[in-house]
Unconditional design. Structure first.
Length: 432
């Protein structure tokens, strides 16, 4: 039987007369109205001071865009290829939980943008590894981060006091001298203080955030928020704004855990349940440093890649002849159209193969399939010297051997002869 039947009747009567279905979400938070006041009291955290934080912060009530915005801020913006490779560095945190003071260990992983770290160390700039551990445990930097001879690398343990850490960073930023910044790898695991640290990095007059090459931080958007709904919403929004400002200076390399929601629990509630479940390890790389490294390292590599990029297709060549190829390091490809044209015009064909050592599948293909006599040139490996050489035997058109190597000019040194390529090529007047 119904314990309070008249209460239930009153509830349904009130609902039918108040047009709740037509009200907007914000109307429920207007405590100046009867509905808003009743809602505030019914769903308050404590003391009837405001609506429940989970209700106020829900993305369908108080903050309609926060969930999507946070998901975007936690989305990596560089790939492993941008960093050449990613090195994983695991970090464990110990906490005391439960009535029996059980110990719980949680593990997160940071990801190093390897090319930035190595470039900073090899550049000769002063490098400081500044760690801010949450507790007395000493931070162990990854073993792969080697210390080359002469490198200026220093490992410092920072203070939990944010202002002391900012002073340290200002000093480190000046170590590089005029026009050359020192390299700073900053790792923070200082819990709720991390928000004050990040805000200090972004607002400092010296633009400290821009002086940090690699940044590793553990953040928890839900940890230690005010209990009152409106203050909680404001604090959460401020943390989101800090992350948004950080992304203007840094690219996000990775976050751990990679799956999951940094705001909602499994039931969909916002910032409810085990606070530690919302902790995320974020790994950042300085945008300007990465862009400059790609620009400088790409100058030569881009030119080489451009020079080696094929410009003809198989259709252009009426097919390729690559029968002389034998695995890695021995890719020999001829354009059939050009090769047939050269062989069929009646002109003398010169086939020179320098540095043959003990094998030459390129010249052997020309001799056995196209019936050309080739010239094999090498001043280090001489006929009969290396022993059995199957690749240099069984030719239909025997080659000519020359004990000579390529050099800047015709010369003789240490018992070896060298020649310039022009000395071997026939002149145009010879019809070659």
């Amino acid at each position: 039987p119904e314990v309070r039947p008249f209460g239930r009747l009153a509830y349904h009567l009130f609902s039918s007369m108040s047009s709740l279905s037509k009200m907007k979400n914000e109307d429920f938070l207007d405590s100046s109205t009867l509905i808003g006041r009743l809602y505030t009291i019914a769903f308050s955290d404590s003391g009837n001071k405001g609506p429940a934080s989970a209700q106020f912060l829900d993305d369908e009530v108080g903050l309609p865009h926060i969930s999507g915005r946070v998901q975007k801020l936690f989305r990596p913006t560089v790939s492993s290829d941008d960093c050449v490779d990613l090195e994983v560095d695991e970090s464990s945190t110990e906490s005391i939980i439960g009535e029996q003071n059980e110990k719980k260990f949680s593990t997160w992983a940071f990801f190093w943008c390897q090319n930035i770290a190595i470039a900073a160390i090899e550049s000769g700039r002063p490098v400081t590894l500044l760690s801010l551990p949450n507790g007395d445990t000493e931070t162990q930097w990854p073993a792969w981060l080697k210390r080359p001879e002469g490198a200026q690398i220093e490992h410092q343990r920072g203070s939990k006091k944010v202002e002391d850490t900012l002073k340290t960073l200002r000093r480190l930023a000046d170590l590089g001298g005029p026009g050359e910044n020192a390299a700073i790898f900053l790792r923070s695991e200082i819990g709720t203080h991390v928000w004050a640290l990040l805000e200090g990095l972004l607002r400092d007059k010296k633009q400290l955030a821009a002086s940090v090459d690699l940044l590793f931080v553990k953040v928890n958007l839900c940890q230690s928020l005010p209990k009152e709904g409106q203050l909680q919403a404001a604090a959460l929004l401020k943390r989101v704004e800090i992350l948004a400002a950080l992304r203007k200076v840094f690219e996000l390399v990775a976050h751990d855990p990679a799956e999951g929601d940094p705001l909602h629990d499994k039931s969909g509630w916002l910032c409810r349940g085990d606070s530690e479940a919302f902790t995320t390890a974020l790994s950042f790389v300085n945008k300007a440093r990465l862009r400059e490294l790609h620009r400088t390292s790409g100058l030569l590599s881009d030119r080489v890649e451009l020079a080696l990029r094929p410009t003809l297709t198989s259709e252009d060549c009426e097919g390729y002849d690559d029968a002389a190829s034998e695995g890695d390091g021995a890719l020999h490809t001829w354009c059939n159209k050009v090769l047939k044209g050269v062989l069929g015009n009646g002109r003398e064909v010169v086939a020179l193969s320098y540095g043959i050592a003990t094998w030459d599948s390129w010249a052997k293909r020309l001799a056995n399939y196209y019936h050309l006599q080739t010239d094999l040139l090498d001043c280090f490996e001489k006929p009969g010297q290396p022993g059995s050489t199957p690749s240099l035997e069984g030719w239909e058109v025997p080659p000519r051997r020359h004990e000579v190597c390529l050099g800047p000019e015709k010369s003789h040194s240490h018992g070896r002869s060298f020649e310039h390529l022009a000395d071997r090529l026939p002149s145009d007047s010879d019809g070659g």
